[in-house]
Design a protein. Sequence first.
Length: 396
Amino acid sequence: MRFRLQPTPAQEEALLEHCAHARYVWNLACEQHLHWRPGRASAPGYVEQSRQLTEARRKFAWLAAGSQTVQQQALRDFAQAMANFFSGTHQRPRWRKAGVHEGFRIVGRRGSQWDVRRLSRRVGEVRIPKVGWVRFRWSRQVPGVVKSFRVNRDLAGRWHVAFAVIPPPIDGPGIGELVGVDRGVAVSAALSTGERLSVPGLRETEAKRLERLQRRLARARRGSRRRNRVKAAISRLMAREVDRRRDWVEQTSTDLARRFDLIRVEDLKIKNMTRSAHGTIHAPGRNVRAKAGLNRAIHAAGWGRLVKRLQDKAESRVEKVDPAYTSQTCNACGHCAAENRESQAVFRCRACGHADHADVNAAKNIAAGRAVTARGALQPLGGALNREPQPVPSST
C-alpha cells in the first residue's frame, strides 16, 4: 500500500542522507561479490558483512551519524537479492546510482511494529528513525499493524511510503461468469464481452511538450544546470504517464475481479517479445527503430502489470491460454486463415462471412479456452486435439 509522503525541507535532507547510506552499503556489498573469481575465497555473507558494518560505523563518524536500521536492512536486502539470483528467479544485483536509486527500507525487530497515526481525514504521519514524524497523504485506510515499510523518491522528485501489507483477494460474483482478455497495442485490453479498454497516456499538448523538451535536452551541455532542469521537467511528464497507467491497471483489474469468476488471458512471453532488435557489427539488426517503437508501445500498454494484478486480486481464478492463432481464427465457425484478419481492427471470416472487431474476436477465442494448431485443428485448454472421431475399420 503506497502513499504520497509530504516531508519538510529539513526532513527531505535527512531522508536523502538515509538513501545515500543505504546505497553506499549496497554498493560496497556488490563490490565484494563482483571481486570474487574462481579460486578465490568465497565472498562474505550477511553475517560477516554485518560485522564489517559495525566496525565501519565505529571508524567513520559520518556513517555512525546515520540510522543503523537503514544500513543493516540494506545488507539484508542485498543478501536476499543474491539468494534470488542464485535460485535463478532474478538477475544479479547491480550498482545503485545517486539520483536514480533513492530509497531505503525499514523493518521492525522481532516482530515489533512502527508508529503510524492519523491527524485528519486526509493527513497521517509515520515515524522514521532519525527523521521523526513525517506526514503523508491518507488516501485510503492504513493497516493497523505496520511491521515494515519502504521509503523512496522517484525521478520526478516525489516521495512515497509503501507499507508491506498484502490485501485480501477480491471475491467474484459466484455465478460462473467467464471472460477472455486479449492484450494489444492499439487496444490495450479487449474483452470477450465486446468492451475495448485503452490505457490513458499523455494528452496531445503534453506529448508535444515532451518532444520539445527532448529536443532541448539533446542540445543542452552535459552537467549544466539547464540540462538538469530539462531532465526534471521530462521526469515529471513521464511520471504523470506512469501514474495514469498504474491507476488504469488497478481500476481495470479490480473491475474484472469483481465481475467475473474466471478470467482467461494469453500466455504471452513479454520479455521475448520486447527483446531488442540490435545486432552486432558483423550481423546488424533489421528494422531496429521500428522494433524499438513497438517495444515502447508494449510496455506503455501495461501487459505484464495487468495480468500480475489480476493474479493478485483474483487468486486462482486466472488461466493462461496458448495465444497461437487466436487472432486468425473465426470464433463462429473455427476457420483459421491469415486472410481472415483484413487489418488491425477488422476481422472477416473467409469461410462463413462472420465479421467482428479483430481484438474482440481473439478475446472470444481466449474465453473459449482454446488455441489453434498450425494445421488448423482446434485445441482445448487441456491440450488434446478436438478432432472428429474416426470410424473403426472392419476386420473383413
